[in-house]
Design a protein around this ligand. Structure first.
Ligand code: BGC
Length: 354
């Protein structure tokens, strides 16, 4: 009798460790009316978009009656791990993680799962870990959009391209590069494109992008036709290098994030395009999934992404290519930025009509 009781207890709690999934785990699930506590571990607030992510995750959590505790690691891996551990000690029901380093953050997933806390990988994929859910945009497609836009508009054959990647410790930088190469590799093979240089900008720094493009200009005797910059911060670094040679506006430059400063540069003709990723649907997807996990419910997904350990169930949203012509109908229409903000420093005749 006693033996039976022990076995039953074991099955009911301590023995249900092993592989935890979002709807399993050892942590007691919340009842329908119990408030959910979400931990959000962020790498950085440096880029404007991350400030929106923070704000919009908080907004969504408030709407659905959840509490969210946010920690920001400022690009420091050991600090991010420590902050995530603190959130777990505080007893969060679910952890949302935007990792600084996708490999290093695997230990956060392990620590969370030891306590039966599901982990949602946010925007950037955590590699080689038993991640419960990944919410992001379609990153390979974004890289394809950047390269294809520049290739379609460059108007020269062969055209000299410079590729400025993001941080190599961010899986997004690798996925973007894959997408860029899906377009550029065949163009190189056809003889339509020559790649002057292809480098990653450390920590997504604009100053690293500036250096890469300055060196590329020297190497190519200023014969550069397009710069595939992986985000708007690196695009602005690239534009600064082009300005140094009076080439801003003459060389095509891509970007990503629809940062206010880059939208202004697009209106001024110095940056060619950006990839707009609306943040509210991303924040909503993460918070809504967190609530479901906390209640022990399943989250429906159609996509998966391989993180080296498993096919991670994923929600991957659509990005939008934005240039001068569709900026009003996309970012402005969405309320992401107003036309007045974008054109604040732009001569009125240069500003697109509302
Ligand atoms: C994000 C970009 C961001 C970059 C630098 C990437 O992982 O997807 O939106 O610009 O990190 O923070």
């Amino acid at each position: 009798m006693l033996v039976c009781l022990l076995v039953a207890l074991c099955l009911g709690s301590a023995c249900v460790t092993g592989t935890q999934t979002g709807n399993g785990g050892a942590k007691k699930k919340k009842g329908p009316n119990e408030p959910v506590v979400i931990g959000f571990s962020m790498d950085t607030l440096k880029e404007e978009r991350w400030q929106k992510d923070k704000e919009l995750v908080e907004k969504r959590a408030k709407e659905v009656g959840a509490t969210v505790n946010i920690q920001v690691a400022n690009g420091d891996d050991s600090l991010q791990i420590k902050q995530a551990e603190n959130l777990l000690t505080q007893g969060v029901d679910v952890l949302i993680v935007a990792p600084h380093n996708g490999e290093v953050a695997a230990s956060i997933v392990e620590a969370a799962h030891r306590q039966g806390v599901p982990v949602i990988s946010y925007d950037r994929l955590i590699k080689n870990a038993d991640v419960d859910l990944y919410v992001s945009h379609q990153v390979v497609k974004m890289g394809e959009m950047q390269a294809k836009y520049l290739l379609d508009h460059v108007g020269k054959k062969p055209a000299n391209f410079v590729i400025v990647g993001g941080s190599p410790t961010d899986n997004n930088a690798l996925l973007l590069h894959k997408g860029q190469m899906n377009i550029l590799q065949p163009a190189v093979a056809r003889g339509d494109v020559k790649i002057v240089t292809d480098q990653y900008a450390k920590e997504w720094q604009a100053s690293a992008a500036l250096n890469i493009v300055e060196n590329a200009l020297t190497q190519a005797n200023n014969q550069v036709d397009a710069v595939v910059a992986s985000n708007d911060g690196t695009a602005r670094g690239a534009i600064q290098a082009l300005e140094g040679q009076n080439l801003a506006g003459k060389v095509l430059v891509s970007g990503q994030d629809a940062d206010l400063a880059s939208l202004t540069l697009i209106v001024l003709g110095k940056q060619t395009m950006t990839v707009y990723k609306s943040i509210q649907p991303l924040a909503n997807a993460a918070v809504d999934a967190a609530i479901k996990f906390a209640h022990g419910e399943k989250v429906d997904t159609v996509d998966t992404i391989d993180n080296g350990r498993k096919a991670v169930p994923s929600i991957l949203l659509e990005p939008v290519a934005v240039d001068r012509n569709n900026l009003v109908n996309t970012v402005v229409k969405d309320g992401y930025h107003t036309l007045a903000e974008i054109c604040a420093t732009v001569p009125p005749d240069k500003c697109p009509k509302p």
